[in-house]
Design a protein around this ligand. Structure first.
Ligand SMILES: NC(=O)c1ccc[n+]([C@@H]2O[C@H](COP(=O)([O-])OP(=O)(O)OC[C@H]3O[C@@H](n4cnc5c(N)ncnc54)[C@H](O)[C@@H]3O)[C@@H](O)[C@H]2O)c1
Length: 312
C-alpha cells in the first residue's frame, strides 16, 4: 500500500513508518520539523522521502495527487498540553485547521482511510477509572479539546464524503527517539538526567500514576488499523497504572545510580491517575500490548545510552 505519514519525523510517527515498511508498504513523510516538537530529519530512514511542509499548507493536495496514497496516517500535531494552554489559538490552527486541510486534500485525491493519532487527553479527568471507549469525553485542556474535535470531523467526513477513518486514543507513549528535552515524556526526561548525572524533578508526591505504552506497541496498532477498525475510536493503553516514583526506582535499579531528586509542587491541572481499558481495541483491532514497562524502560534506557556513548 502507499501510505503518507504526517508527523513521520517525530517520535511516534517514525516508529509507525518502521512498522509499515517492515510490512512491505511504500511510505512518504510530510513534516514541518516544528521547532518545539520531537521531529528530526534523522528519524526518517534514508530511503524514505520527506516533504518538508506544514499540514496547513494547501500544497499538500499536490503531494497527495502525485503520490496517490491509499492511507494517510495523521500524526503531525501540536502535541503539548502546556503549549495548548498558553496558546490555544496556535493549538487549534495545527490540530483543527491542519487536520481539516489534510482531510479535504485526502478526500479529493481518493484516499481510502485516515488513521488519526487521538489522545487519552480527550477524556480529561473522568469520574472513574479505567477509561473505556464509553467513558464520556470532558477534555480539560485545549489540546484535549482539539483532539476530540478531530474525532468529530472524522465522523463527519466518513458520513458525508465516504472517507473512512480509525482514531487511536493513546495513553502515555514512551520509548526510543522520544525527545528527552521536552516538557512531557517523563521516562525519556528522567533517562536524560540519569545519563547526565543530573538531578531529576519529581512533581507533587510522585505517587500520581499514568498508563505507559511502549512505542513499538503503538506502531503495531497503526499497522492493524490499515485493515481494521473502520469508523472506530479506540482507547489504547495497557491497563496498568505506574507512578513517577516507580519509574524513578526502576531507573535506579537499571543504572545503580541514585539520581538526586528535586521535589516540586503539583503542576496546575495535572490529573492524579490515568488508566485505559483497551478491550475494544483487542476485540476489533486484534491488538494487545506486548512490552511490559520494566522491559520497555530498559530498552529505552539502552537506546539513549548508545546515543550518548556512555552509561552512568
Ligand atoms: N507522545 C504521547 O504520549 C502521545 C499521546 C497521545 C497522542 N499523541 C499524538 O501522537 C502524535 C505524535 O506525537 P509525538 O509524541 O510523536 O510528538 P512529536 O512532536 O515527536 O511528533 C509530532 C511531529 O509532528 C510534526 N509537526 C508539528 N506541527 C506540524 C505542522 N504544523 N505541520 C507538519 N508537521 C508538524 C513535528 O515536527 C513532529 O515531527 C501527535 O498527534 C500527538 O498529539 C502522542
Amino acid at each position: 500500500m502507499r501510505i503518507v505519514v504526517t508527523g513521520g519525523a517525530g517520535f511516534i510517527g517514525s516508529h509507525v513508518i518502521d512498522a509499515y515498511r517492515a510490512a512491505g508498504h511504500d511510505v512518504l513523510v510530510i513534516d514541518s520539523l516544528w521547532e518545539h516538537g520531537g521531529g528530526r530529519r534523522a528519524n526518517v530512514p534514508e530511503n524514505v522521502s520527506l516533504v518538508h511542509m506544514d499540514v496547513r499548507d494547501e500544497a499538500i493536495g499536490r503531494v497527495f495527487a502525485d503520490f496517490a496514497p491509499e492511507i494517510v496516517s495523521h500524526h503531525a500535531a501540536q502535541h503539548s498540553v502546556a503549549i495548548s494552554a498558553r496558546d490555544p489559538l496556535y493549538d487549534a490552527q495545527i490540530n483543527v485547521i491542519g487536520l481539516l486541510n489534510v482531510l479535504e486534500c485526502a478526500q479529493k485525491s481518493g484516499v481510502r482511510k485516515v488513521i488519526f493519532a487521538s489522545s487519552g487527553a480527550t477524556f480529561g479527568t473522568p469520574e472513574r477509572l479505567p477509561i473505556t471507549d464509553d467513558t464520556p469525553q470532558h477534555p480539560s485542556s485545549p489540546y484535549g479539546i482539539t483532539k476530540m474535535v478531530g474525532e468529530h470531523y472524522l465522523r463527519f467526513y466518513k458520513a458525508s464524503r465516504g472517507l473512512d477513518f480509525t482514531a487511536l486514543r493513546y495513553g502515555n507513549v514512551y520509548g526510543p527517539r522520544q525527545d528527552p528535552n521536552g516538557e512531557a515524556g517523563v521516562i525519556s526526561v528522567f533517562i536524560g538526567k540519569f545519563l547526565a548525572h543530573e538531578p531529576v524533578r519529581i512533581d507533587w508526591d510522585g505517587d500520581q500514576t499514568r498508563d505507559y505504552v511502549f512505542v513499538e506497541d503503538i506502531a503495531r496498532v497503526n499497522l492493524a488499523a490499515l485493515e481494521r477498525g473502520s469508523g472506530g475510536c479506540y482507547v489504547i493503553g495497557t491497563g496498568v497504572r505506574t507512578s513517577v516514583n516507580q519509574i524513578y526506582r526502576r531507573l535506579v535499579e537499571i543504572t545503580g545510580f541514585e539520581a538526586p531528586v528535586i521535589h516540586a509542587p503539583q503542576r496546575p491541572g495535572d490529573a492524579r491517575d490515568a488508566q485505559f481499558d483497551a478491550t475494544r481495541a483487542r476485540l476489533e483491532l486484534g491488538w494487545t500490548p506486548s512490552t511490559d514497562l520494566p522491559d520497555g524502560i530498559r530498552a529505552t534506557y539502552e537506546y539513549f545510552e548508545r546515543l550518548s556513548g556512555r552509561g552512568v
